[in-house]
Design a protein around this ligand. Structure first.
Ligand SMILES: Cc1cc2nc3c(=O)[nH]c(=O)nc-3n(C[C@H](O)[C@H](O)[C@H](O)COP(=O)(O)OP(=O)(O)OC[C@H]3O[C@@H](n4cnc5c(N)ncnc54)[C@H](O)[C@@H]3O)c2cc1C
Length: 450
């Protein structure tokens, strides 16, 4: 076995590539593709390696770490970057020119290469998409045979639809062009509902035209909903502290608290009553502090440390047709409580979810058939987490849940095929055309495609 050991950011996905290459130029990538003896298969690119599934694992093969991260050009409505540029880095450059992304997802580490070809999620604004890649309108990549290929939405919309969910299996992306928009003031507020109140209010909440994200607390039978909307007429100075507080607690002190409580409080009854009390404080802060008529969208993007520490967290995700979500959510609250009663396991953090608009920009979009609402358990991977996720996968698959190949751990071929059906076959066939010798195919994708 190779002596190289590489983990994802969280540290729970370990792979042993034979060779690791830092790609600082297109030629570095071409050289890898053209020499399978020096650079064995599978060749897997990674950006920030934040995925919670082993899509970037390159056991026995060649791991390409994308180091090309320059911002190449900023126009009035487009941004072109090298594939290793990160979401926060790009957002800051845009903000300096009074511009912004459409989707300001909270993960600042998301690389442009990953955004262009892998799954993402954020609550959709009125009339907009919630997947970052849906605003990617052009990519340039190195194909498995070393040739270069440019794909644009304008010239090849069907191919772009495949590239947006290709997970680096068609080629390695070195340049990405996004559609962007003017920087616009944004309103945010939060409100807590009991499960029953939330379900009853949902049709009205949707009609209000806000983006809807939620923190779910099955053990307290409630949810706190985040409402966001552009507010172009906001005046005065923007509130820069609301998102700073959200980012600090959600991205750092909250998970650190979960980690510490796990390490120091062995009695589960005591431990989880402390977790519940902490979540109640979190709800209070969201409702009373993370509220403003005038915030700046890029302030939502979190600067996660490049190397994770005790404040790290991990998660999973399934998306559900929004019409089926109320029943699903009710079942899910019960599922969490039943699971805890039976097996003694529950997450030591919380659960979140997003309402995401119908989106056919990627063939494997989880909202291809209509708007969805997601359920994402979040945890510090406390003992029992992986077994819980196996049960959660089955629970979600039984209820028409759609997973994400880079954000849903422990997937199998049957679950993916059930979720994506013929669209998955189409992507699999296209992959074979672009990579007939399986140069980029790792064990994870081979298993899903089998
Ligand atoms: C703490 C935390 C918070 C998160 N929050 C969010 C969130 O709010 N919203 C959200 O959508 N996601 C979130 N994620 C998930 C994350 O956005 C995705 O896992 C994303 O893929 C990570 O980007 P990355 O650059 O690390 O991708 P990687 O994990 O490096 O790669 C993902 C996939 O893309 C491929 N790839 C990467 N670069 C290239 C390239 N240049 N060319 C071709 N293929 C490439 C890889 O081979 C792999 O298949 C979060 C993850 C963590 C750990």
């Amino acid at each position: 076995m190779s002596t190289n050991t590489v983990t994802n950011w969280f540290g729970n996905i370990v792979s042993h590539p034979s060779v690791i290459v830092d790609a600082n130029s297109i030629d570095d990538i071409v050289a890898v593709m053209k020499d399978p003896v020096k650079y064995p298969s599978p060749v897997r690119p990674v950006g920030s390696n934040h995925s919670t599934a082993p899509c970037g694992a390159a056991d026995g093969g060649t791991l390409i770490r994308m180091k090309m991260n320059q911002i190449l050009s900023i126009g009035t409505d487009t941004l072109t970057v090298q594939a290793g540029a990160t979401h926060l880095q790009m957002a800051k450059a845009l903000e300096a020119q009074n511009l912004q992304f459409y989707v300001n997802t909270e993960i600042g580490s998301l690389s442009a290469g990953s955004a262009a070809c892998a799954g993402t999620k954020d609550a959709s604004f009125e009339g907009e998409f919630g997947q970052v890649g849906s605003y990617v309108i052009g990519t340039k990549m190195v194909l498995p045979n070393g040739d270069l290929l440019e794909v644009t939405e304008a010239a090849q919309p069907d191919l772009m639809q495949l590239v947006r969910c290709s997970y680096g299996l068609f080629g390695i992306i070195y340049e990405v062009t996004y559609r962007i928009r003017p920087l616009t003031p944004m309103h945010v507020h939060h409100k807590t509902f009991s499960l029953e109140e939330f379900i009853a209010a949902l049709p009205d909440l949707k009609a209000l035209g806000y983006s809807l994200m939620y923190y779910a607390f099955p053990f307290d039978n409630c949810l706190t909903v985040e409402f966001r909307k552009y507010n172009p007429t906001a005046t005065g100075e923007p509130n820069r502290s609301a998102w700073a507080l959200r980012n600090r607690i959600w991205g750092m002190s909250g998970p650190k608290f979960g980690h510490d409580i796990e390490a120091n409080v062995s009695n589960p009854v005591v431990r989880y009553s402390i977790v519940d009390a902490s979540n109640a404080t979190w709800r209070f802060q969201l409702e009373n502090i993370v509220t403003s008529d005038y915030t700046i969208p890029p302030d939502q993007i979190i600067n996660y440390p490049p190397v994770s520490d005790d404040s790290r967290y991990t998660f999973s995700l399934f998306a559900f047709p929004e019409d089926e979500f109320p029943a699903m959510l009710t079942d899910f609250f019960k599922f969490c409580k039943d699971y805890y009663a039976k097996f003694g396991y529950r997450s030591n953090l919380l659960y979140v979810g997003y309402r995401i608009a119908q989106d056919q920009k990627a063939l494997l979009s989880y909202s291809y058939d209509g708007a969805v609402m997601t359920i994402d358990p979040v945890s510090t991977a406390n003992p029992g987490w992986d077994t819980f996720l196996a049960a959660y996968n089955q629970f979600c698959s039984d209820r028409n849940g759609k997973p994400l190949l880079n954000q849903t751990p422990h997937l199998d071929a049957a679950t993916v095929k059930k979720a994506y059906g013929d669209r998955f076959t189409t992507v699999a066939n296209a992959r074979k055309k672009y990579d007939p010798n399986d140069r980029l195919l790792n064990d994870y994708f081979r298993g899903l495609l089998s």
